[in-house]
Design a binder for this molecule. Structure first.
Ligand SMILES: NC(=O)c1ccc[n+]([C@@H]2O[C@H](COP(=O)([O-])OP(=O)(O)OC[C@H]3O[C@@H](n4cnc5c(N)ncnc54)[C@H](O)[C@@H]3O)[C@@H](O)[C@H]2O)c1
Length: 332
């Protein structure tokens, strides 16, 4: 049995708990949250014995083979430091991004390396069969040379204003998922980015928070990527990506709640898209943790590298600067 400790019992923490509980060969040995009551409630609900509010406390309660960090991005660095100190050599899975800028990402990876810990950063598109199949069409050359990629990220439901104001920067929160996916599929990175956007709510506007944005990314090998992002896809979680190449195209479309089509004289009706990310990426979230288990057992490799994590955040950061300064930003 691989013993995993869950750190963070919020939105992603609940998803990760469900995934881990369904994985053969895995046991959730510890629940850790700075909010001890919340950690205690989740541990009781899932029959987990050890509850702690810090890594040091958790490691004193029993052995841990790997840590699953599902806390807010700003806390990842100090948690990685604590794991390297109190549990050297153990696996670290973390929600994206490792940190919100490339310098801190490098620091976090260095701290982990010094402790003999490996960081496995989540980017669930890498584990989703639809995204993987479309990327394979690119990497096998089935599409010829890819010149254009069009991405749509429609979030649903629209998060509360407080969330958006506190840490819901559209370039930092949404864009990294598709940047990582497209860069990896094209085996390429950005040479420049232009970004613009708007705020649909006066409070967001006043705080300078965008809930709709568009990015145009020029790739080093010549392809052009457009990314349209919105916080309010009122019709369901809308995640699309289409590659256009000299020999064909590959599209990631949305799975629906069911595939029936009801036709009448008024037109045709189909099911809604998935409600949100927990439903849409249910299988991928599980596959990520299954792969993490393999990494801990020395039977698998993690597909997302430190360099890729840094590149994605540097382009997300450049997009924000492009919007603020109203110009194309070249990427070093
Ligand atoms: N892959 C995805 O689609 C996806 C979706 C949403 C969020 N995320 C990522 O997941 C991470 C967590 O986001 P969330 O929305 O679940 O957060 P959340 O605010 O819902 O939950 C965070 C939990 O962490 C706890 N916490 C905070 N600091 C802590 C610390 N230092 N030690 C222990 N516990 C601590 C809080 O008490 C809370 O219970 C973020 O990095 C975010 O970017 C990824």
């Amino acid at each position: 049995m691989v013993r995993l400790a869950l750190i963070g019992t919020g939105r992603m923490g609940l998803i990760r708990m469900r995934c881990m509980q369904s994985l053969p060969g895995v046991t959730v040995s510890h629940v850790i949250d700075s909010n001890a009551d919340q950690a205690g409630r989740l541990a009781t609900q899932w029959g987990v014995n050890h509850v702690a509010s810090t890594i040091e406390e958790a490691t004193s309660l029993g052995d841990i083979d790997g840590f699953v960090i599902s806390t807010p991005t700003g806390s990842h660095m100090s948690i990685i430091k604590d794991i390297a100190k109190h549990a050297p050599g153990k696996g670290i899975f973390t929600e994206k991004p490792v940190a919100d800028n490339p310098t801190d990402i490098e620091k976090a990876f260095q701290i982990a390396k010094d402790g003999g810990n490996q960081i496995c950063c989540s980017f669930q598109r890498r584990f989703d069969q639809t995204y993987v199949t479309a990327a394979d069409a690119v990497t096998t050359g089935a599409l010829g040379k890819v010149h254009n990629v069009n991405v749509i990220f429609g979030d649903h439901p629209c998060p509360p204003i407080e969330f958006l104001v506190d840490g819901g920067d559209i370039f930092m929160d949404l864009a990294p998922h598709d940047l990582d996916y497209v860069f990896n599929a094209l085996s390429d990175t950005a040479s420049s980015v232009y970004a613009t956007g708007c705020s649909s709510d006066p409070v967001l506007q006043e705080k300078g928070v965008l809930d709709n944005a568009l990015m145009v990314v020029n790739m080093k090998k010549g392809a052009v990527v457009t990314m349209q992002m919105s916080r309010s896809a009122v019709f369901g979680y809308d995640q699309r990506c289409e590659f256009f190449g000299t020999s064909g195209s590959a599209a990631v479309t949305n799975p629906k709640e069911h595939d029936a089509v009801i036709r009448s004289i008024e037109g045709s009706k189909t099911a809604r898209f998935s409600h949100s990310f927990p439903e849409r990426f249910d299988v991928a979230f599980k596959k990520e943790l299954e792969t993490f288990k393999g990494v801990i057992l020395g039977k698998g490799t993690w597909p997302v590298s430190e360099e890729e994590c840094k590149v994605v955040q540097s382009v997300a950061d450049a997009a924000r600067r492009s919007y603020e300064e109203g110009r194309v930003v070249n990427i070093e």
